[in-house]
Write a protein of this length. Structure first.
Length: 333
């Protein structure tokens, strides 16, 4: 799905991120499950991931990332008009994690809600808020991807527990002023025929956790990894190509591709298919693993702070996740 992009231009005014202090290395995992650093590194590229502390919730990490983004922009919390948190690991099923973040920040004038689009959620939030700002409904938006996946992992399942981590990233969007960069094109898509490939089967209304099923760990991530891998490469390639074409760009115009951080082999395959050299593809999954909705947001903030792109450069953000969902954005910084 892709709307007309000819409305009032919207800029990404600033970014922020937060990773919890505790680091779980591949060596640590070797003592938890039957795995090796060699297997994890060669199959995924992941070397470590961060773990939230007990009592540290998704909303706490989201708040810290948001504070850093607001600070970078110089926007006071009470002036934030819209907060969207993308997460599949909310603090509570209701109210939305965004409500806790609103309260934590003191952003009392903001409308706040969550969206659930898995690893594509941050770019879904970008598209939604871009449209709402363009339409004049809100002057600015704070969009956040935040996950505490460690609470939804089966720590006895080596096929999933090595892949994921916790963290949060945020961005502030507002109307672009004359001469400022802006979001050129966005694309989002969904294939509900593939819900079985990647999901958390229990804990919702379809399968509440009860005393009878409590030992089956149904409220943890289940994945058919090989199938997900194939869809991820095709969908991200197509979505990235869609926004590149819609923005009137070619591969040569792209300063940096910031892909979803799930697996280095997926990232390499996408770089190859987009004909973008590896030094123009941002990778940080060796440090953080797959942080789902937070991954693109954290990567955008890191790349921004490392000055991997500057004013006038074109960047491509592209994500893929459970649903299946996918999304991309072309941005002139
Ligand atoms: N350590 C050691 N061995 C492991 C292991 C681990 N952590 N996890 C799985 N294995 C074993 C399997 O049991 C299997 O053994 P077998 O051949 O004896 O049955 C073998 O390694 C190969 O497993 P397979 O699943 O075929 O590996 P793979 O090359 O497909 O890699 C993934 C597995 C999960 C890394 C890969 O499929 C992947 O990254 N998929 C996409 C996941 C993803 O991106 N998800 C999020 C999307 S947002």
């Amino acid at each position: 799905m892709s709307g007309t992009e000819s409305q009032m231009p919207v800029t990404i005014a600033g970014t922020g991120s937060y990773l919890p202090e505790k680091i779980l290395t591949n060596a640590d995992l070797e003592s938890l499950v039957d795995t090796t650093d060699e297997w994890i590194t060669s199959r995924t590229g992941i070397k470590a991931r961060h773990m939230a502390a007990p009592g540290e919730h998704t909303s706490h990490m989201a708040t810290k990332a948001a504070e850093r983004a607001l600070q970078q922009v110089g926007l006071a919390a009470e002036d934030v008009e819209l907060i969207i948190v993308a997460t599949i690991t909310p603090d509570t099923l209701t109210p939305a994690t965004a409500c806790y973040v609103q309260q934590n920040l003191g952003a009392h004038r903001a409308v706040a809600f969550d969206i659930s689009a898995a690893c594509s959620g941050f770019l879904y939030a970008m598209k939604i808020s871009k449209r709402l700002i363009s339409d004049g409904a809100f002057k600015n938006a704070l969009i956040i991807g935040a996950e505490k996946l460690s609470s939804f992992i089966n720590w006895e399942d080596r096929t999933t527990c090595v892949l994921f981590g916790d963290g949060a990233g945020a961005a502030v969007l507002r109307k672009a002023e004359e001469g400022e960069g802006h979001i050129l094109a966005t694309d989002i898509g969904t294939d509900g025929a593939q819900t079985h490939l990647l999901n958390i089967p229990g804990g919702g209304s379809a399968c509440p956790i009860t005393i009878q099923n409590a030992d089956q760990r149904l409220a943890t991530l289940a994945m058919l990894g090989k199938e997900v891998f194939k869809h991820a490469v095709t969908r991200m390639r197509d979505s990235a190509n869609t926004v590149i074409a819609r923005a009137g760009l070619t591969a040569a115009d792209i300063k940096l591709v910031i892909p979803h951080q799930a697996n280095l082999r997926i990232i390499d395959a996408i770089a190859d298919r987009l004909a973008v050299p590896n030094d123009r593809v941002f990778v940080n999954l060796h440090k953080y693993g797959n942080t789902s909705a937070a991954a693109i947001a954290i990567a955008l903030d890191e790349a921004h702070r490392e000055k991997r792109f500057e004013h006038g450069d074109h960047i491509i953000l592209v994500a893929f996740g459970a649903g299946l969902t996918w999304a991309a954005a072309a941005v002139r910084w």
